[in-house]
Design a protein around this ligand. Sequence first.
Ligand SMILES: Cc1cc2nc3c(=O)[nH]c(=O)nc-3n(C[C@H](O)[C@H](O)[C@H](O)COP(=O)(O)O)c2cc1C
Length: 199
Amino acid sequence: MTLTPRIPRVVAFAASAKRPARTRFLVEAVAAELFRLRRIDLRVYDLLDAGPGLGATQRSDLTLPAARMIDAIESADALILGTPVYQGGYAGLFKHVFDFIDPAKLAGRPVVLTATGGGLRHSLVVEHAMRPLFGFFAAHVAPTSVYAGPDCITHETVTDPAIAKRITAAASELSALIDVARAAEVATTTRHTFETSAG
Ligand SMILES: Cc1cc2nc3c(=O)[nH]c(=O)nc-3n(C[C@H](O)[C@H](O)[C@H](O)COP(=O)(O)O)c2cc1C
């Protein structure tokens, strides 16, 4: 039995509360690099897409735009995630979004982590705050994360070559993790088919 290769559904989510926004630009930059490597079906969301209804405390109370975004995150084949740094940590609404997610749904999911801040002082937010959160979810997080300070992105252009390199590395790692997840899916389906037919 063969599985028809499916174009991976990739969701990029930036917890940006305005537009234009540097975090949204950063997740889009990673997505653009991934697109250079392989075909993807990409959806990009920020807090404006989710709308004020995201403030609900129960998933069943989310308004349609917010519920659609949560569903898209939960069912994506891979995630490119970004948050602005607020008060030395990830934005409260970034965490709020993931409080709605069923933990089982993100296990083994390929993920790239990114953040932007007003300086470089909080650049380890990606490692010390975001990475443990996705460790909780048992997601497959790319080793390279990307943090961009104020001088790294200017007028929607990556002006720091070191950041551009990290964006390329993160996208390439995400592509490899998508292949790993796909191989695991095929192996599980094949085993299930064998066990079912063996009776
Ligand atoms: C309420 C608030 C708190 C912030 N706290 C920090 C901070 O602790 N450290 C930092 O480097 N930048 C901080 N910033 C700056 C933002 O992280 C920075 O401007 C970010 O790039 C904005 O991302 P966006 O354009 O996607 O909204 C803060 C901004 C706001 C509005």
